[in-house]
Design a protein around this ligand. Structure first.
Ligand SMILES: NC(=O)c1ccc[n+]([C@@H]2O[C@H](COP(=O)([O-])OP(=O)(O)OC[C@H]3O[C@@H](n4cnc5c(N)ncnc54)[C@H](OP(=O)(O)O)[C@@H]3O)[C@@H](O)[C@H]2O)c1
Length: 290
């Protein structure tokens, strides 16, 4: 069996690190992207770029052909249009599972903490459906569930800070959320790809920080030496956004509903089973990154 690994979503924040870590260990990595220009930052002898879309069984089957393991690090949360959690996170991952089964490949599926059929977040409902389909498929698979990516939220807060250096927080910003560094998640995914004993298992990874968005915003602002208070988009405005512009631009409605859910649901995480099992995994805090 080939030791070649496919990373669908290999151009993304997590996928880029997974590809880099695996390739640097000598693993032959195939990156599937809808646009090879997005893979321009990925190069090296062990990296192959192929065109493909998980919504398309033909290109997905071609990408999976000859690999031992297919990693799914895709998501359709940000749209636009027909690119959605339903078309990518559920149906795309089901397609990937089906072609992996036909090709005799393993699957490593990226998911969130915690997907459920009744989650207020569409993304988590679709991840749940993908997990259920994967488990029912009998494909040897590992699911990796991660909490919110710290680097993504730091970037968002930095980008919205503007000239006033006041990051924009959606909602009240008082709800503790677990943030994990994408570096830690990538290190776990790299481990899981090559560790066959994790097949048939679901591993959850969180970070050391349960922080409110206000706390993270203060840290981001402080790091820029402009210690100013965050601005807020009130929940009422998020509800209006979801009910109005969200009808025309579903991705904006999704983002508004996700912001409301993150502002009021329990988003904390305290489990450390994965770090006990893999004690050499990095454990990166917000303070480390900032
Ligand atoms: N961000 C978080 O806080 C978080 C938390 C927990 C779990 N996760 C999961 O971790 C994974 C990586 O997240 P990320 O934030 O690193 O993603 P990201 O940077 O936004 O990248 C998304 C990736 O999805 C790919 N993609 C989207 N639609 C696709 C399609 N139809 N066919 C093939 N590829 C497609 C994109 O590839 P191209 O554009 O090159 O085609 C891109 O590489 C996802 O599964 C996500 O759900 C994320």
């Amino acid at each position: 069996m080939s030791s070649r690994v496919l990373v669908a979503g290999g151009t993304g924040r997590l996928g880029t690190l997974v590809v880099t870590y695996l390739a640097s260990r000598g693993v032959q990595v195939r990156v599937m992207t809808r646009d090879p220009a997005r893979a321009a930052h990925l190069s090296g002898n062990n990296i192959e770029i192929v065109l493909g879309d998980v919504r398309d069984p033909t290109t997905t089957a071609a990408a999976v052909a000859g690999v031992q393991t297919a990693v799914s690090a895709v998501h359709g949360f940000a749209g636009p249009g027909h690119i959605s959690p339903a078309s990518v996170d559920r149906d795309g991952n089901i397609t990937l599972t089906q072609v992996a089964r036909a090709a005799g490949a393993d699957v490593v599926l990226m998911s969130g903490v915690v997907p459920a059929s009744d989650s207020p977040m569409e993304l988590f409902r679709m991840k749940h459906a993908a997990e259920v389909a994967l488990t029912a498929s009998a494909v040897p698979a590992t699911v990796v569930r991660a909490t919110a990516f710290l680097e993504l939220w730091i970037d968002l807060l930095r980008r919205t800070a503007g000239r006033a250096h006041r990051p924009l927080v959606f909602g009240r910003g008082q709800n503790p959320i677990n943030f994990v560094s994408v570096r830690d998640v990538a290190a776990l995914v790299e481990r899981v790809v090559t560790d066959q004993t994790t097949r048939g298992q679901t591993l959850e990874i969180g970070g050391p920080d349960n922080l409110t968005l206000d706390q993270l915003a203060w840290m981001v602002a402080g790091n820029r030496a402009h210690r100013t208070s965050p601005r807020h988009v009130p929940r009422a405005a998020l509800h209006i956004m979801a009910a109005t512009v969200g009808r025309i631009r579903p991705e904006l409605g999704r983002q508004a509903r996700a912001a409301i859910a993150m502002d009021r649901n329990d988003m904390t995480y305290v489990g450390d089973a994965v770090r006990i099992r893999f004690p050499d995994l990095p454990c990166t805090s917000a303070g480390d990154l900032l």
